[in-house]
Unconditional design. Structure first.
Length: 317
């Protein structure tokens, strides 16, 4: 097992909570709004977010001929830029980039929750409230170092990212995307070691990390601490305590949310729950079979779990 049971269940719990926050945000559908026209409810574009609205597919083939290639190209560009900026040690530019992405994603998530409250919020106020909440959180997360703020904001980031991508994907395009991302993950972890290098660079140099970050004391360290309690105070100060770190990358969190959102739109709520259950099962399988101090690509396991969930939903319903 990669981590002890307590930490494993904490990570799985954080992953699962984020998935359900994602479903809630996707259900709120911040880019659209329901209005009553001639006594009938109709969905129209949200005018407050018209400048952010994702493109709409005019025909089914657009998902494969336009949107999927665009997502893949954007992903390649983003990874390449991250690698180049890291290579030339342009930390401030990287931190500014992370700040903008984090702030934007959290803003969308909080805005979506405003739609679900049982009272009316004016259009202007609905734009201002997320901004007031998000800016200090993003500043602390990116330019400060606070373990609690880091993980709290992670709950808000990935649902906001997912709500942008779900409208431009359909069932088969997300299946293809999951396969491509899983293959890339295996190459980046096992072959090129790019993922490991990027993770270490983020943590050690940028002092930030895209994903959940849970430091903890191993069994041997806890035993050492018990012995240290019996020592004198001056000796305690000379001891150095090394903590282990349990991490879960942002991509491993956001792609299941996107998949659940696409399945929610195509097949309904129950089917999306099967996606989340399958993704959680795949991640749990990795945690329980993985060895300590080794890097593993999580997406192949998560993707396998998602496919199993989709298959079970099809067979049962």
């Amino acid at each position: 097992m990669k981590h002890n049971l307590k930490i494993t269940f904490i990570l799985l719990g954080m992953f699962l909570i984020t998935q359900f926050i994602g479903l809630t945000v996707l259900h709120a559908d911040p880019f659209n709004m329901v209005v009553v026209i001639d006594g009938e409810e109709q969905k129209i574009l949200n005018p407050a977010l018209s400048w952010l609205h994702p493109p709409e597919a005019e025909k089914e083939t657009d998902f494969f001929t336009k949107f999927l290639p665009s997502i893949i190209i954007a992903f390649i560009i983003a990874v390449s830029l991250l690698f180049l900026l890291s290579k030339f040690k342009l930390e401030f530019i990287l931190k500014t980039w992370f700040f903008l992405v984090v702030a934007f994603a959290m803003w969308l998530t909080i805005y979506a929750f405003e739609i679900l409250v049982p009272w009316t919020i004016s259009a202007t106020t609905a734009l201002i409230i997320p901004t007031i909440i998000v800016l200090p959180l993003a500043v602390i997360k990116i330019f400060g170092r606070n373990f609690l703020i880091h993980n709290i904001t992670e709950f808000l980031i990935y649902p906001g990212i997912a709500v942008v991508f779900v409208p431009i994907l359909n069932f088969w395009s997300i299946i293809v995307l999951l396969i491509i991302i899983s293959l890339y993950d295996m190459w980046a972890v096992w072959r090129s070691k790019l993922m490991e290098k990027m993770a270490k660079y983020q943590i050690n140099k940028l002092k930030i990390f895209s994903g959940f970050f849970v430091p903890y004391a191993s069994d041997s360290v806890r035993a050492k601490l018990k012995k240290m309690k019996k020592l004198k105070k001056y000796k305690l100060k000379k001891e150095k305590i090394r903590l282990d770190v349990a991490i879960l990358g942002g991509g491993d969190i956001v792609f299941p949310i996107i998949t659940a959102g696409v399945v929610l739109a195509a097949f309904g709520f129950i089917a999306s729950l099967f996606v989340i259950a399958g993704a959680t099962l795949g991640l749990a399988t990795l945690f329980f079979m993985a060895e300590k101090k080794k890097f593993y690509p999580a997406m192949p396991f998560i993707t396998g779990g998602i496919f199993l969930g989709i298959l079970l939903n099809y067979l049962i319903f």
